[in-house]
Design a protein around this ligand. Structure first.
Ligand code: HEC
Ligand code: HEC
Ligand code: HEC
Ligand code: HEC
Length: 222
């Protein structure tokens, strides 16, 4: 090898080395700098790793929609939630026999109620076994001049589909458990959308307790 060709080879070798260094430092810079674009192998701390791993994965495209056929639902409101877009509750109005109430309740209750207290009541089968009579009567929940709605204690009206907000005023512990998923029941599957049963799907608001049940048969030793 002449000294000239050695010089050329040296030149080529040096520029290759510089080129490789440039690529390497670019990769290094991307690896350390742009936090969002890193892959799971590139983190430098546990916190970095958690940040990368906890990116939303959209449930791998899974959905409960097909198990919710025939279930009518709407978004949960007024419960101080962060994720309101993803939390739904099933409707009640389609299931309530006497809805729309306004078919008969076209005028305020005072005009409809007979002063004759001896007369048979229209809703004779509705009896309150809930809180005591000094705490609760029909109009604690039903609004006398807008019977298609229920009302909060302050008078704010809600659709019968939002009666969970009515219950939540007095039963905040159960309502918080319901929001968290520890009380009540999920409809459909575990994939989104998250649709839950309304309080009134399980509890009769007029008689919300469940009777104590004993096993049908008790084993005996004679
Ligand atoms: C078929 C007609 C009819 C329908 C439908 C109807 N009501 Fe009534 N309701 C009446 C009449 C009549 C009265 C007044 C006489 C009475 O108190 O018995 C009444 C009274 C009431 C009262 C007052 C009871 C009391 O003792 O103070 C409440 C509360 C009430 N209705 C709620 C409802 C709700 C809620 C709905 C719908 C889910 C509804 N009603 C649907 C006829 C109806
Ligand atoms: C604790 C609140 C509360 C009280 C008190 C209450 N209701 Fe209701 N009532 C409701 C809710 C909520 C519904 C809707 C239930 C559902 O979603 O199935 C309802 C439904 C009804 C219905 C329709 C039932 C049906 O299946 O057609 C009638 C009638 C009714 N109430 C009458 C009364 C009468 C009369 C009183 C007083 C004796 C009364 N309610 C007291 C909350 C209440
Ligand atoms: C105005 C306040 C108030 C509202 C509104 C209310 N409750 Fe109650 N609830 C009470 C009180 C008071 C008791 C009685 C607690 C006791 O006896 O220890 C009670 C008792 C209960 C019980 C226990 C019954 C038992 O026998 O153990 C259930 C279940 C219940 N309510 C469900 C509901 C549901 C569902 C709603 C909404 C439709 C609702 N409540 C709305 C005040 C309320
Ligand atoms: C899937 C059915 C279901 C739904 C939905 C549901 N509950 Fe219950 N709830 C129950 C059962 C079952 C019990 C236990 C009854 C027992 O132990 O006797 C209960 C108990 C209760 C009690 C009595 C105290 C206790 O914790 O044992 C209250 C109050 C209550 N529920 C309120 C609510 C409220 C408010 C909602 C809506 C935010 C709601 N529930 C939704 C089924 C349900």
């Amino acid at each position: 090898m002449t000294s000239q060709t050695f010089g050329q080879t040296f030149q080529i070798g040096r520029s290759l080395l510089l080129f490789a260094l440039a690529i390497f430092s670019t990769i290094f810079a991307i690896g350390c700098g742009g936090g969002e674009h890193r892959g799971p192998g590139d983190q430098h701390s546990v916190m970095d790793q958690i940040a990368v791993e906890s990116k939303p994965n959209n449930n791998a495209g899974l959905s409960s929609e097909r198990w919710l056929e025939g279930v009518v639902y709407e978004r949960v409101e007024g419960m101080n939630l962060d994720n309101l877009d993803t939390f739904f509750v099933e409707h009640r109005t389609e299931k309530i026999e006497r809805f729309n109430c306004s078919e008969c309740h076209s005028e305020p209750l005072s005009a409809m109620k007979s002063p004759d207290t001896g007369k048979v009541r229209a809703h004779w089968e509705v009896e309150l076994h809930h809180a005591s009579a000094d705490v609760m009567n029909c109009q604690t929940c039903h609004s006398a001049d807008a019977m298609d709605s229920v009302q909060l204690i302050g008078g704010h009206r809600l659709s019968l589909n939002q009666s969970y907000r009515l219950c939540a005023q007095c039963h905040s512990t159960q309502a918080a458990d319901w929001v968290g998923g520890a009380h009540g029941k999920r409809r459909g599957g575990w994939a989104p959308p998250r649709v839950v049963a309304n309080c009134a799907s399980c509890h009769n608001p007029h008689d919300p307790g469940f009777p104590t049940r004993f096993p049908a048969q008790v084993s005996r030793v004679d």
